[in-house]
Design a protein around this ligand. Structure first.
Ligand code: G3P
Ligand code: MG
Length: 387
């Protein structure tokens, strides 16, 4: 049994006009008696619930509170929003369900590339290159999203080893990635960086070849504009946290490396159309808001979206949505842009020992030592906010 939280029976809630606190006690008018709002949670994964494959100790208690052991005596809505990925949502959900010991519905799980489901229709009959993940895993995920003509850099290497002679494919890989298609005739319309690439050298070489060829791998006969090809990155994180004591380079590091090489290689070519998705982008937070709305409706919890202007008057957003994250650059910055509230936990990328001063745009509503304390603080905050 988790340690006691205030029960609602002995707490009296009064919602009054916004600036009631400025009223002298005698003049405060009590408009209605309303139960406090139920908060809704959006959980980051790496550095909040898990460190690599390790479940952080407070995580299970946090979900006991959300599953009903709370002053609201009800299920509190929550979803997962990670910049991680690399496998299908089903696989990630099954893994996390096994690790946390309860079933997680797939619709509650948003990875960095899940949002690509909403743009697959634009490329359903066009060739795209998918980067990241192991082997052909992300090709099948891309197919499940609606992309039909999908290749990855290992397919291109299996087609012509000279493209990147520094990696020798195993016989099994040659079988897995071999193709009868003459890839020099294929025009790629998009390069989709689903997850952290494993062979930066190969992936950067192939990206640059396709851009220099304006979609074709073949060496260009004349300088093209490279604008026919879209490049979509799904995760901007330069750093993320796993079991290793120091943060690890993420997909954002790969982007920087590619940009460095491309800037020297492009020789007067225009840059491709580049789209950045993932936290903190508005696209990803609005995608998450739609998913959270669905889950909250199922639990009959009303969402208040608030706006970043609230912070001026209330010192926090009026929203009852709370992003729980370990990275000010992604989790917190995104929540602030979306007009949500946020809690920065100290179990991941953000190191409170060094307390780097955070600009307003990356400053959280609250800080907590871990995810359980974050959930307790939010419930307390919401009870206080509606008083
Ligand atoms: O590759 C994953 C990493 O960039 C961060 O994941 O769960 O902290 O958003 P997460
Ligand atoms: Mg994280």
């Amino acid at each position: 049994m988790i340690s006691a939280m205030p029960t609602l029976t002995n707490v009296r809630f009064v919602r009054t006009s916004r600036n009631w606190r400025s009223q002298p006690p005698g003049r405060r008018c009590i408009s209605t008696l309303l139960p406090p709002r139920t908060p809704a949670f959006v959980f980051d994964i790496d550095g909040v619930l898990l460190r690599g494959e390790t479940v952080l100790e407070p995580t299970r208690n946090a979900f006991r509170i959300l599953h009903g052991e709370n002053p609201f005596n009800r299920k509190i809505p929550y979803i997962f929003l990670t910049n991680g990925g690399g496998v299908s949502e089903e696989t990630r959900c099954l893994n996390l369900s096994r690790q946390l010991g309860f079933d997680i519905p797939i619709n509650r799980y948003i990875q960095s590339h899940t949002i690509l489901k909403s743009i697959a229709h634009r490329f359903h009959d066009k060739h795209v290159l998918v980067l990241g993940g192991r082997g052909n895993t992300l090709k099948s995920v891309a197919h499940s999203y609606g992309f039909r003509k999908v290749y990855n850099p290992l397919d291109i290497l299996a087609w012509n080893h000279a493209i990147y002679p520094f990696i020798d494919l195993t016989e099994e890989e040659k079988m897995m990635h071999g193709t009868h298609q003459d890839l020099s005739k294929v025009k790629f319309h998009a390069i989709l960086v689903f997850h952290d690439p494993r062979n930066w050298g190969l992936d950067i070489q192939v990206m640059c070849d396709i851009l220099r060829g304006n979609g074709f791998l073949a060496e260009p006969t004349s300088i093209h504009s490279a604008t026919d090809v879209e490049v979509i990155f799904c995760n901007p994180d330069l750093l993320w946290k796993n079991e290793w004591e120091g943060p690890r380079l993420g997909q954002g590091g790969f982007r920087k490396a590619w940009e460095g090489v491309w800037s020297h290689l492009k020789m007067g070519q225009n840059d491709p159309v580049i789209t950045q998705l993932g936290k903190p982008t508005r696209e990803t937070y609005s995608f998450a808001a739609d998913v959270l709305r669905e889950v909250s409706d199922e639990l009959d919890v009303k969402l208040t979206f608030g706006s970043s202007d609230d912070v001026g008057t209330l010192g926090r957003s009026s929203s009852n949505i709370y992003m729980i994250g370990d990275n000010p650059e992604s989790d917190i910055a995104g929540a602030n842009l979306a007009g949500w509230n946020s809690v920065l936990v100290h179990t991941g990328v953000y190191d409170p020992r060094h307390r780097p001063s955070l600009p307003e745009s990356k400053r959280p509503t609250l800080e907590a030592k871990d995810v359980e304390e974050a959930v307790r603080l939010v419930i307390h905050e919401e009870i206080k906010f509606t008083r």
